[in-house]
Each structure stands twice: as C-alpha cells, then as structure tokens.
Design a protein around this ligand. Structure first.
Ligand SMILES: [Zn+2]
Length: 106
C-alpha cells in the first residue's frame, strides 16, 4: 500500500477519494475516525489519508490529485449554495461545509 494524500480537512480527502474512484483507482481511507486521538499524537498523524494499492496506482493518483487541486484556473469550479465556498468541479460535495449540491445557475 502507498499513501497518496493526506490533509487536515477530511472533506477534501473524501472528495479526492471519490475523484480517484471515478477514475478507476482503488483506494482506501485511513485515520477516518482518529480525530479523538488529537492531543496524544502529533496533529498531522491524525489527518485522514488516502492509500492506493501500489506504486503504479500511486503515480496515477498523484497526477489526478494534482490536476484536481490545481483546477481552479479552468473556470469550471462551482460555488457552494450554502457557504459560498468555491469548489473544484471534480468535487461532488463542498469541501468546506459538506453540502452535496452545486448551486444552479440560471
Ligand atoms: Zn459549502
């Protein structure tokens, strides 16, 4: 198993897991429920992590993650109707407040 990504915001981690799975990459989350360990472990050790099967998958995953996180320049992001946060178009839920539906423009 190879660690592909970690972030203190679990919503970003879960969004990226969805993106990777949509791209056909098997992955799993570690530390999903470990926030109660904060204060005992170093904070970064409690961040949720995305793990993939092997190095080949890791290379693909890292590329997809980078493309996803750098996507704000494409203009395809959506604005959360609940908190107003800007999200990558790859994200199905708002990374900030966990709402699942992008604002409709009309
Ligand atoms: Zn939001």
């Amino acid at each position: 198993m190879e660690k592909a990504f970690t972030h203190e915001n679990s919503l970003i981690v879960f969004n990226l897991k969805n993106v990777l799975e949509d791209s056909g990459i098997e992955c799993s989350i570690k530390n999903e429920y470990s926030s109660s360990g904060a204060g005992v472990l170093a904070p970064f050790e409690t961040w949720p992590e995305i793990w993939v099967e092997n190095k080949v998958e890791l290379e693909k995953a890292e590329k997809i993650i980078q493309d996803t996180l750098n996507d704000s320049s494409t203009g395809d992001e959506w604005i959360c109707s609940d908190c107003g946060e800007t999200n990558s178009n790859h994200f199905k839920i708002c990374w900030n407040c966990n709402k699942s539906t992008p604002r409709q423009f009309w």
